[in-house]
Design a protein. Structure first.
Length: 119
């Protein structure tokens, strides 16, 4: 079962978006989860991570104080609230499992959602 990210779109600089990550048919509540992004022609970049119960998080320096990762295990969903968006945040955003403390996805990731920030 693949992870599915949604909620992306086109937004002006300074705007906000909230991304969601779900996994139909699979329980996410026992998994540490992360968000990653990749712009065509660039390397994958770690964005944020949250532990299995939502008590702990960590972020890339580039998004700290602007993005917030959260989860609702009752809804089997992980979120990424993105505020004060900048053109350099433009990328396809993916969610994936993550080993705690690491900055690489663990296992495969599924469908991403594109985010475009216009200046």
């Amino acid at each position: 079962v693949q992870l599915q990210a949604s909620g992306g779109g086109l937004v002006q600089a300074g705007g906000s978006l909230r991304l969601s990550c779900t996994a139909p048919g699979r329980t996410l509540s026992a998994s540490n989860m992360g968000w990653f992004r990749q712009d065509p022609g660039k390397e994958r970049e770690f964005v944020a991570a949250i532990n299995w119960n939502g008590a702990m998080t960590y972020y890339a320096d580039s998004v700290k104080d602007r993005f917030t990762i959260a989860r609702d295990n009752a809804k089997n969903t992980v979120y990424l609230q993105m505020n004060s968006l900048k053109p350099e945040d433009t990328a396809v955003y993916h969610c994936a499992n993550i080993l705690w403390g690491q900055r690489d996805p663990f296992g495969s990731w599924g469908q991403g959602t594109p985010v475009t920030v216009s200046s």
